[in-house]
Design a protein. Structure first.
Length: 410
């Protein structure tokens, strides 16, 4: 323990002694060499530096007189207040380069005369010719219905003045050929009575009827040929048996040209009363067939016009709401066609549902697809599908194609 104290005290003592006597053993600093200098002004310095310029320049510039040497002793005098330095002389102007010759003056441009803006007098405007006749009326007036004593769904043109009015349209009988031997009564041409689709009143007449406008020229012909009416189908009357002709004697061949044609003989001869009986029977049979056909049509009910695209689409959408297709099964790739009978109220006869065709899979997949379609049809019918009752004959039997990509309806 004491040993450490001795060491520590000795070190501290050595440091203190070095700090006190350390500068004693330093060598003397080296001697600084000095030289004598003279202070000169800027003017004197400029005069000394001008001697280094070229002789030509020195000839042009007058050098200032050299300063007289001071007779001061070599000893350094005491510093005195410096005298104010004189203003330095301005440096000699640098010789300007010779001016470049002035370019020749450019002749002023010839003034451009402005173009004559006065417009020539316009030629006299020719008088406008009359416009071509308009082929169409400027204002389309509502056609005035033609007054007629009868009203019907379809309008009928007025018949010719010499035509008899009848319910059915008949065509005038054509002249018989020379080979005809049956005498038939000549039929007169008849036409239906003139009818219109609505009753014409005085309020519907246009106001311009009192002062009719001049008719516009048209390219249509003034009159057109009336179309031929379609003749009604008449029952064929059986031809009566021709009467045996009287044999002509062989001795008088010269009288043969004097014989009358067969047509004249048929016109003058009167048929036997028993001949019309087959014709009456044929007419009666035709009437009976027509009545039977009419009765069958009444039993079937009104066929009506075909279903519109909107009615077909509404039925397809109604069935498609309940149609579920299992995407992961094989039935999703099968297209089936289902036939069904409908009741007049729009409900489906469930026992009439049957598959009439399939494509895209095996028998089991087709059966699965058919059952899905069958359930969709029966599930969505509710109180009946909204189908028009007047078109029942059109949708009495329906065929629907259930295609997973796009369901179709027939």
């Amino acid at each position: 323990m004491r040993r450490n104290l001795y060491i520590s005290g000795g070190l501290h003592l050595a440091v203190i002694l070095w700090a006190i006597f350390g500068n004693v053993f330093r060598p003397d600093p080296p001697q600084v060499e000095t030289s004598a200098v003279t202070v000169i002004s800027e003017a004197e310095f400029a005069a000394l530096t001008r001697a280094a310029q070229s002789p030509e320049t020195a000839q042009e510039i007058d050098a200032p007189p050299a300063p007289e040497p001071d007779a001061r002793p070599a000893a350094r005098p005491e510093p005195a207040e410096p005298e104010p330095a004189p203003n330095p002389e301005p440096p000699a102007p640098t010789p300007e380069p010779e001016p470049e010759p002035m370019p020749e003056p450019v002749a002023p441009p010839t003034p451009v005369t402005p173009p004559d803006t006065t417009l020539p007098e316009a030629p006299p405007t020719p008088e406008a010719s009359a416009p071509p006749p308009v082929l169409a009326p400027e204002r389309a007036e509502r056609p005035v219905p033609r007054p007629a004593p009868r009203v019907a769904p379809e309008p009928v043109a007025p018949p010719e003045p010499d035509t008899n009015v009848a319910e059915e349209v008949q065509q005038a009988a054509e002249a018989e050929s020379e080979a005809a031997e049956v005498v038939e009564e000549e039929q007169e041409a008849t036409a239906p009575e003139e009818v219109a689709t609505e009753i014409v009143t005085e309020a519907e007449e246009p106001a311009a009827a009192e002062e009719p406008a001049p008719p516009a020229p048209t390219l249509a012909p003034d009159a057109s040929r009336r179309p031929l009416t379609r003749p009604t189908q008449l029952a064929q009357r059986p031809e009566p048996e021709p009467e045996p002709e009287a044999p002509t004697p062989a001795e008088t061949p010269a009288e043969k040209p004097a014989e009358t044609p067969k047509t004249e003989t048929a016109q003058t001869e009167t048929p036997e009363p028993a001949a019309p009986e087959p014709a009456e029977d044929a007419v009666a049979d035709a009437i009976a067939q027509a009545l039977a056909a009419g009765g069958a049509a009444e039993e079937r009910g009104p066929a009506g016009p075909p279903l519109t695209q909107g009615e077909r689409e509404s039925l397809r959408v109604a069935v498609q709401k309940c149609w579920v297709v299992d995407v992961g099964s094989q039935a999703a790739n099968v297209t089936v066609t289902v036939s069904m009978d409908m009741e007049p109220g729009g409900r489906v006869v469930s026992s009439s549902l049957r598959m009439i065709g399939s494509s895209g899979g095996d028998v089991s997949a087709a059966e699965t697809a058919f059952q899905n379609a069958r359930r969709a049809i029966l599930r969505c019918q509710a109180d009946g599908y909204p189908l028009p009752a007047d078109k029942y004959d059109q949708w009495k039997t329906i065929e629907m194609t259930f295609n997973p990509e796009q369901m179709r309806l027939r």
